[in-house]
Design a protein around this ligand. Structure first.
Ligand SMILES: [Zn+2]
Ligand SMILES: [Zn+2]
Length: 353
């Protein structure tokens, strides 16, 4: 649908970039400058609880992060620029799949995104419930965290619940591991570094009268720089192996980097703040907002190009104020024009005719 819409506006279209990714190219004049803007397309495996007419018609699938809104804004801007845009250079419109898994941006990069469609800079926005509708929040440097996931296997020796001395209980060892992991942020990291480590799953066989042979503990760790993530990884391996050994159990730690941090370049973050102020008023822009410990795989694109990622307020009232990924979330259609206008003016001011 996106490819058809772009083509209907006379925009050059490339499909199948990193899976279902779509790239639109719009050239004007002979200017060498180029600017890329990215919108995500994917939904979430959530059953929508809203009752309004435009709720999801797909059971178990919902646009609970508002990516359909981001796509609509960029599509609107692309079609406007194709028919009325006054700029000189190349605008690259990136429609990216699979953001929620953290793999879509990387897949498009591996498909040669910036080699095939060169861009000097790259920008993206994300709606944010709880922030006044239409308000812009941005910051130089880290704006979203990196996300690492971990899976810890503790192997003991299963036995009868009434004869614990005949085996090695991995549940007790695992419980001590969960407790010891609470010291990771509190005692291992510089208090001035932001990080969070959360155990989110603890699995055993679940049989009433059996001490199982093994347990699996999983979770998620977030921080804003790779060295902090690496420090968590190393300390986790040391703590888990020490605690497991103390209980006579064996362990295995898998620590994987899923999302890289989203780190804005200062110049481009400044461009967002200035343009936002000129379009919507200085009181509608927070140029140094606090970072969020959530993650966005746009960070992978920022590892290859300067650029900025900013938040556009989704509103504070009713469903518009409900959190991203909530089954009652509602993208605020009242900010569609703000996002589209921002992208149009960004291209026109950064690639002046
Ligand atoms: Zn999301
Ligand atoms: Zn999102």
């Amino acid at each position: 649908m996106i490819a058809d819409q772009l083509r209907s506006g006379g925009i050059e279209v490339h499909e199948g970039i990193g899976g279902t990714g779509v790239v639109g190219i719009l050239r004007r004049g002979t200017g060498a400058g180029s600017i890329a803007i990215r919108a995500e397309m994917d939904a979430l495996p959530i059953s929508e609880q809203n009752q309004f007419a435009y709720r999801s018609t797909q059971a178990g699938k919902m646009h609970a992060c508002g990516h359909d809104g981001h796509t609509s804004m960029l599509l609107g801007a692309a079609l406007y620029l194709a028919s009325h845009g006054r700029f000189e250079g190349t605008a690259v419109f990136i429609f990216q799949p699979d953001e929620e898994s953290g793999r879509g941006a990387r897949a498009m990069l591996e498909a040669g995104l910036f080699e095939r469609f060169p861009a000097d800079v790259v920008f993206a926005l994300h709606n944010l419930p709880g922030l006044e509708a239409g308000r812009i929040a941005v910051r130089p440097e880290a704006v979203m965290a990196c996300e690492d996931i971990f899976r810890i296997g503790i192997t003991g020796n299963g036995t009868h619940a009434a004869m614990p001395h005949k085996g090695t209980d991995p549940i007790v060892a695992g419980a001590h591991v969960v407790t010891a992991l609470q010291t990771l942020v509190a005692r291992e990291l510089d208090p001035l570094d932001y990080a969070v480590v959360s155990v989110t799953d603890f699995q055993t066989t679940g049989v009433r009268n059996v001490i199982p042979g093994s347990v699996t503990i999983s979770g998620d760790a977030r921080s804003f720089t790779r060295p902090v993530g690496d420090a968590i990884d190393a300390a986790m391996r040391r703590i888990v192996s020490g605690v497991a050994a103390a209980h006579g159990a064996k362990c295995e730690v898998h620590y994987n980097r899923e999302f890289t941090a989203t780190i804005n370049t200062a110049r481009e973050a400044g461009i967002v703040a200035e343009l936002g102020a000129s379009l919507f008023g200085r009181d509608m822009v927070d140029a140094n907002c606090p970072p969020l410990l959530a993650s966005d795989d746009f960070g992978a694109l920022l590892e290859h190009r300067p650029g900025a990622y900013f938040f556009l307020g989704n509103g504070t009232e009713g469903a518009n104020g409900r959190a991203l990924h909530n089954p009652g979330y509602d993208f605020n259609d009242g900010i569609l024009d703000k996002g589209a206008e921002f992208w149009v003016r960004l291209v026109e001011t950064q690639l002046p005719a």
